[in-house]
Design a protein around this ligand. Sequence first.
Ligand code: PPE
Length: 321
Amino acid sequence: MQETDKIWMNGELVDWADARIHVGAHGLHYGSGVFEGIRCYETASGPAVFRLTDHLVRLHQSARLLGMDLPYSVEELRAASLELVAVNGLPECYLRPICFYGYGELGVSAAGNPIDCVIMSWPWGAYLGEESLREGIRAKISSWQRIGPNVIPHTAKATGIYLNSMLAVTEANQAGYDEAILLTAEGVVADGSGENVFVVKDGLITTPPLSTSILPGITRQCVMEIARSLGYEVREGNLIRTDLYLADEVFMTGTAAEVTPVRSVDQAEIGVGPITLELQKAYLETVRGGSERWAHWLEYVDFSAAPNALGEAEKQAPAPA
Ligand code: PPE
């Protein structure tokens, strides 16, 4: 990963190399943490973090589901995120807030452990490779099932859940595919290892309902609203694997993946379709401030709060010849 200058850690900005935790941290042993993935985009009015508050509200909800009482409010984490982007001086970056049970007691019960809160920011390009947004990706139905709602609350973006995603994406990659699509124990389509899934058939756009062991994706919700505003009918409904095989178009959404076309699922060739590309274009315009209607989704970074940040970056840039 590309290192940046500072990391926000428990209320302080520390140097990237100094953001350390003890190996006895509870979160390392038991996956007891919650996190977010957020993108900041450069816009005509300066860098803006897309739906920052909504992501931090979800972080708090994830924590509640794990019984974690986060020591920082949404407002405090929001201010910290905006400050971090300004200090690191990157107009386009990915933000990763993570809160986990830290070092104190070891043992499965988290009682007695402090809660550590960290925010990292660094440049993260296209999630599934530069070509993926144009050419689409090849997905494989995973042999690993999505964890059920009574296994771990899937509504929480909890770190431990991602072992399930890691197994699925590793299996898919080893079989030569770009990404995995997971089904639930009942056999309906849930999501990708780090994205929500949509199917287009005869002009109708369908995505699995929130009850289907999925993360309530913020990009999913944006794309549903954008699609409806463009006149498409969007439905939340159960999908089975053959709906993917027979789809006119399949695409995935996520903060990291944005809107990524899926050009094949297993052996079924689907191709990259026009509705997917239309929604991708509308989404990418929206996140970069190109849509008045959704302008309220952008939360602008105040670089004047960290006057040295951009100045330092400029000073390090080679002088023009
Ligand atoms: N499902 C899963 C399992 C998921 O991890 C994500 C985000 C989504 C759906 C889409 O959610 P949203 O970002 O709110 O639209 N996955 C994050 C990447 C995980 C990773 O570290 O890799 C992300 O997109 O930031």
